[in-house]
Ligand binder design. Structure first.
Ligand code: ADP
Ligand code: MG
Length: 243
């Protein structure tokens, strides 16, 4: 039995009030179940806006988004990780996770915290967590909301180099274990080269898809040479679009 796309995105037009031109006009994208898709493009192109439209946070556009064959508004809420972790400062890591889902028990929150490598940090408050740890709590929170469909906005931005490597590895492991559908946004081709099995490159205004590339080796199995090859391929596609 053939399964349909997990996400069917059709943005006929997205324009912010007062803006001289449309951000998107006629953008279509189908995303297969259990794929890891990177949306890559320069700052200001509309990546965060597109992700918010997919998530149903921004509904002020013409067109449609279907999740698992249903209108997005009728489908289960995707797990969403914002560009900044947005933890509630007065709650511990565990309680930040539980606040995302009223049905989440203490034990479930502990389990998911373990999955992001923070088993011992449940009782700590956000100010006691490093930037990288806060990102992990935000990821755990998204997993509690919906571990099958994750939308992440620049989840690796402004982390130092060693931390990026660690979080890439953690993320690749989570994906290999539970095969969620993932859409993440990045302005860096290296994030896509590390994790995505499909990279959708955005350019121009209104934004359109300038390249749609398959990266077939699983994220968790990429060696340094593969990462560099994928990154060069993506950079090449972005450059040739600029010519
Ligand atoms: P990216 O995430 O790719 O950097 P954004 O989606 O954040 O891009 O923004 C794309 C464009 O839309 C930018 O020019 C930005 O200024 C504009 N924009 C984003 N949000 C709003 C808003 N709420 N109102 C008006 N303009 C906005
Ligand atoms: Mg953005």
């Amino acid at each position: 039995m053939a399964t349909g796309p997990e996400l069917k995105i059709d943005i006929a037009e997205k324009r912010f009030p007062g803006a001289p031109d449309a951000l998107f006009a006629g953008l279509r994208l189908d995303i297969a179940p259990s794929s890891v898709v990177a949306l890559v493009g320069p700052s200001g192109i509309g990546k965060s806006t597109l992700l918010r439209m997919i998530a149903g946070i921004d509904t002020d556009f013409s067109g449609s988004v279907e999740i698992g064959g249903q209108a997005a508004r009728a489908a289960p809420t995707p797990g969403f990780v914002f560009q900044d972790p947005r933890l509630l400062p007065w709650l511990t890591a565990i309680d930040n996770i539980r606040a995302a889902d009223p049905d989440c028990t203490h034990e479930q929150a502990m389990e998911v915290l373990g999955r992001v490598g923070l088993a011992g940090a449940g009782a700590l408050y956000p100010y006691q967590l490093s930037g990288g740890m806060q990102r992990r709590v935000a990821l755990a929170r998204a997993l509690v909301v919906n571990a099958r469909l994750l939308l992440l906005d620049e989840p690796f931005v402004s982390l130092d180099r060693t931390l990026v490597g660690e979080i890439h590895a953690l993320f690749a492991r989570l994906v290999a274990e539970s095969r969620p559908t993932v859409v993440f946004v990045s302005h860096l081709t290296e994030d896509a080269a590390a994790l995505a099995d499909r990279a959708v490159l955005l350019g121009h205004r209104p934004a359109c898809i300038v390249a749609d590339m398959s990266l077939p080796i699983a994220g968790a199995e990429r060696d340094q040479a593969t990462l560099e090859r994928y990154r060069a391929m993506l950079d090449g596609a972005l450059e040739s679009d600029g010519d």
